[in-house]
Design a protein around this ligand. Structure first.
Ligand SMILES: NC(=O)c1ccc[n+]([C@@H]2O[C@H](COP(=O)([O-])OP(=O)(O)OC[C@H]3O[C@@H](n4cnc5c(N)ncnc54)[C@H](O)[C@@H]3O)[C@@H](O)[C@H]2O)c1
Length: 319
């Protein structure tokens, strides 16, 4: 029997049912007057703040007038970021706290220092991560380190900060950085993919647990960047941004727009992959399970033509 891609190129039409897509019009700087959490005088804690997306987020929060605690494992780069942020909001409004998120005692120390200084956390950006080469049956060292940082780092930060944030009166949010690789699972780096799949799962769990709590003023958000030109994707001094990638600033502005609108899933495009392409890829990946296709059929020799046909039809329907 010939293979069939099944009845579900798209159901129902996606564009009309995706409020965040309709609402988003342009990248815009954060307006500190508009949001009760992203607001001048409140406090942001960012892990992975010395580079890339975390660093860009620190600049945007600083421009909005938040006090900022910067945490990262690379002390020197963190110090430099701290000085630049202090030039925007003043030294008294910046804490530079070298922290390895995979070590619980260091995360506890981070929390204690922030609460000692400012008594609250409005935005917890649980963002630090690494990527190491991996293979399905080789190199357990890399698998361990990736899980220690990307999964247990996120768990350590969440478990340490959320109980304190729950006791604050003012609204607060946890933004956790996931990845499309944790959703569509492209071949090539199974350890990173699996770690980001865990991050998606545990952040969905966090969102549910928070909203089940009567009167809870803390929300959770899963930030899913597109291809962003940062350390993890090979940015180094003097290297040029590939045309297809977004800058970290673009990704952060997109994230902030959607967080302000209350979105949980913040699926970020880039110059190569527009939102509709991501939507179709996510639906196809879910279709592998729902329709009983082989694992990762998108890359399967006998299925990839059907996937391409599905993308062509889907995009024609959406445009
Ligand atoms: N850049 C992309 O295209 C992309 C795409 C999807 C998801 N992401 C995610 O975005 C987040 C930010 O990454 P980025 O792209 O800015 O990369 P980056 O490498 O520029 O920044 C990551 C930062 O995390 C820090 N870090 C690493 N291990 C740490 C630890 N144990 N404790 C504390 N800090 C640690 C690094 O020192 C670095 O400063 C990550 O969660 C990453 O997985 C990035």
């Amino acid at each position: 029997m010939p293979l069939s891609r099944g009845p579900s190129p798209l159901r129902p039409p996606i564009l009309g049912t995706t409020p965040s897509h309709r609402r988003f019009e342009a990248l815009s700087p954060v307006d500190s007057e508009l949001h009760p959490v992203i607001h001048a005088g409140r406090v942001a804690v960012i892990t992975g703040a010395a580079s890339g997306i975390g660093r860009a987020a620190a600049f945007e929060f600083a421009k909005a007038g938040l006090k900022i605690a910067l945490a990262d494992v690379t002390a020197e780069a963190l110090e430099k970021t701290g000085k630049e942020i202090a030039a925007i909001i003043g030294e008294g409004n910046v804490l530079v706290i070298p922290t390895d998120v995979s070590k619980m005692d260091e995360v506890v120390r981070l929390r204690d220092k922030v609460y000692e200084a400012w008594g609250e956390v409005a935005v917890l950006m649980n963002n630090a991560a690494i990527s190491r080469p991996s293979h399905s049956w080789q190199n357990t060292e890399n698998w361990s380190r990736v899980f220690e940082v990307n999964v247990f780092g996120v768990i350590n930060v969440q478990h340490t900060f959320v109980p304190s944030m729950l006791h604050q009166e003012n609204p607060a949010m946890v933004i956790t950085t996931g990845s499309k690789q944790g959703i569509t699972n492209p071949p090539g780096n199974p350890a990173y993919n699996a770690s980001k799949a865990a991050v998606k799962s545990l952040t969905e769990g966090l969102a549910h647990d928070l909203r089940q709590r009567p009167g809870c003023a803390v929300s959770a958000h899963l930030f899913i960047p597109g291809w962003t030109f940062t350390g993890i994707t090979g940015r180094s001094a003097g290297s040029a941004k590939p045309a297809g990638a977004w800058t970290a600033e673009e990704a952060v502005l997109y994230m902030l727009d959607h967080v302000r609108q209350g979105d949980f899933y913040i699926l970020c495009p880039d110059n190569e992959t527009r939102r509709e392409v991501d939507q179709l890829r996510v639906m196809w990946a879910a279709g592998d399970v729902a329709e009983g296709r082989p694992a990762l059929s998108r890359w399967h020799a006998e299925w990839k033509n059907l996937f391409q046909e599905y993308m062509r039809d889907g995009l024609a329907e959406l445009s």
